[in-house]
Write a protein that binds this ligand. Structure first.
Ligand code: FAD
Length: 581
């Protein structure tokens, strides 16, 4: 088998391919290792591309981490740029390579072959998409043509199609270049890995930063801007609703598709989602061929389902595991949780594991908790609240997923959750974690501990939760059977803003005013405050006094209010006529 492989060929010279090559060299000083990369660069920093366009990264050279020369010097790797692998002959264990620089075709034999071709941006056949000024962003060449367009055409407006990671990073960065940006997203939210109420916080952040956002309205055409009445140096972007947005620059960031043509033509097994299928040793259906990175399907350790997760961290780790197993080590890939993070202006959004939408789609039983803890001790200056959501199994309390949006402290908490998920921890484990604390960094009960403790309260039957959709419906309903909404904030808070139909009994008065609630003893009561803490205390009083159908509103107004505002503004927009921007 391949443990004795001496000639190892790698297709693709970025995250997955180069990690595999570097590890292979450390494990086998004698092997001949050749990387074929069809582009002009190897080992470049895709993840840095948006930040060069926004001028946060100023040096072009900072994006190219290595060159064929440095990789040859440091690791004795033979790196051939401008070399595209055209086909694989599995019988002979050979590949066909086209040297696009010298226009020469060669055949190369292998003992082991690693496929790390990545994924290509999806470019749907929308009329006008091939017009000048319409770009996708995957590599340095793509970045350079966008930069050239910005310098030459001096765009005042840009349309980003797609509100995923790359789309939002670009929206922020083009805004920093002084370009007025519109993000157009076909779904009803940006950042699909987040649930709607968490993504809504990003919608607000886009709005605060004057980035126009169009949701649930797909692009139907990029109209020739030279036609009468049209504007924009790139096109007029026409949406399904009839809305038209003039754009001097268009970037399409609606996702990527694994580059599997080589694998498909070679007869390797592909999965239903279109990626190469590999085992936990990163081997394809041909035991002499390994595959890593964006080109493969990965198992989600929480759901056990195959998925496509095009992220840099997994690609790097998979490359290392492929190298290990090629030399005969027993390394095993544990699957991909989809841990990811995004900065959007002053907010950070992080997620790991499974979201609520997915659990619902898979009919998995779960419980959800929303909380809004301070990122460090509240009494220490500049504490800011983060919105946190965890999902867990009602049986054993196993953590299933976490999402956080906030101004500070998000990165460290999401990584704790990711670690907990990989370790198969429960909410009881989260409550028990011993995490670092001093006032500038955290709280004696860290937000991760708090999330675990709230979940424990639910599992122990101390409190039941209601969630924002039900509270929103109850606040909008005229049905006499609807749940009673009880607001336990102080009177001045209630006077400032309250849910329609809510009754106000401040927490400090709940014990004394129980008689007022006697007639509601058999009714559903949803109790809320601002964040869910005071209403939890109120729920405990009520349930110990015989109110059996009392529930705490998860995340309280801090979770519900952004949804109320979003619904109201969506309704107002629906009444408005299509417009031109
Ligand atoms: P790639 O990095 O795509 O490399 C594949 C290489 O294979 C390409 O250079 C391609 O030219 C070459 N190739 C393909 N076919 C052939 C062939 N037949 N012959 C020879 N060569 C071939 N991930 C994160 O985790 N965090 C981030 O913040 C993040 N930001 C990103 C921002 C941008 C703008 C982009 C584009 C990606 C970002 N990613 C991020 C994703 C991350 O870059 C990818 O997941 C990672 O690069 C995948 O590595 P890979 O080796 O599988 O594929």
């Amino acid at each position: 088998m391949a443990s004795t492989a001496q000639r190892i060929l790698i297709v693709g010279g970025v995250a997955g391919g180069v990690s595999a090559a570097a590890r292979l060299r450390r494990l086998n000083e004698d092997a001949e290792i050749i990387i074929f990369e069809r582009g002009p660069h190897v080992s470049f920093a895709n993840c840095g591309l948006p930040y060069y366009l926004g001028r946060e990264i100023q040096e072009h050279g900072a994006l190219t981490l290595e060159s064929p020369q440095t990789l040859a010097e440091k690791l004795n790797l033979d790196v051939r740029i401008h070399h595209e692998v055209k086909s694989i002959d599995r019988q002979r264990r050979e590949i066909e390579v086209w040297d696009s620089h010298n226009h020469v075709a060669t055949r190369e034999s292998y003992d082991a072959l690693i496929l790390a071709m990545g994924a290509a941006p999806i470019r749907p056949p929308i009329p006008g998409i091939d017009r000048p000024g319409h770009f996708t962003l995957r590599n340095i060449a793509d970045m350079d043509v966008i930069e050239a367009w910005i310098r030459e055409e001096r765009p005042e407006t840009a349309v980003i199609v797609g509100g995923g990671f790359i789309g939002l990073e670009l929206a922020e960065q083009l805004d920093q270049r002084g370009i007025r940006v519109t993000v157009i997203e076909a779904l009803d939210q940006v950042m699909a890995p987040l649930d709607l109420e968490m993504a809504t916080l990003l919608h607000e952040e886009l709005d605060r930063n004057e980035i126009a956002l169009s949701l649930g309205d797909p692009v139907t055409a990029f109209v020739d801007p030279s036609l009468p009445d049209e504007r924009g140096k790139a096109s007029t972007v026409l949406l399904k609703s009839g809305e038209r947005v003039a754009a001097d620059l268009v970037v399409i960031g609606i996702g990527v598709r694994p580059e599997t043509s080589l694998a498909r033509e070679a007869g390797l097994e592909l999965g239903d989602l279109g990626g190469i299928r590999v085992n936990e040793r990163m081997q394809t259906s041909d035991p002499s061929i390994w595959a890593v990175g964006d080109v493969i399907e990965v198992k989600n350790p929480v759901t056990g389902q195959w998925s496509l997760v095009p992220l840099g961290g997994p690609a790097n780790r998979q490359g290392r595991i492929a190298a290990d197993t090629i030399v005969g080590r027993q390394s095993v890939y544990r699957g991909t949780l989809g841990t990811a993070i995004l900065r959007l202006f002053s907010l950070t959004a992080g997620c790991t594991g499974v979201n609520e939408k997915t659990l619902q789609r898979l009919h998995v039983d779960y419980r959800a908790v929303h909380l809004h803890p301070n990122h460090h001790a509240g009494y220490y200056p500049n504490a800011s609240r983060m919105a946190m959501k965890i999902l867990f199994s009602p049986g054993d309390g196993r953590l299933l997923g976490a999402q956080i949006v906030g101004a500070a402290g998000v990165d460290k908490r999401i990584d704790v959750f990711a670690t907990a998920l990989q370790a198969g921890m429960t909410v009881h484990d989260l409550a028990a974690l011993e995490l670092s604390y001093a006032p500038p960094f955290g709280s004696a009960k860290d937000p991760v501990n708090l999330a675990g403790m709230i979940a424990q309260n639910i599992l122990a039957g101390d409190v039941s939760m209601a969630h924002w959709p039900e509270a929103l419906a109850a606040s909008e309903s005229s049905d006499s059977q609807k749940p009673l909404i009880m607001d336990v904030r102080d009177e001045d808070e209630f006077a400032e803003d309250s849910l329609p139909g809510a009754v106000n009994i401040p927490l400090s008065q709940v014990r004394d005013r129980l008689p007022e609630l006697a007639s509601h003893a058999e009714r559903d009561i949803i109790v809320h405050c601002a964040t869910g803490q005071r209403s939890y205390y109120a729920c405990r009083i009520l349930s110990q006094r015989g109110f059996r159908r009392v529930r705490n509103l998860s995340g309280a107004l801090k979770t519900l209010n952004p949804m109320r505002v979003a619904r109201a503004s969506a309704a107002a927009n629906a009444d408005a006529l299509p417009s031109s921007r």
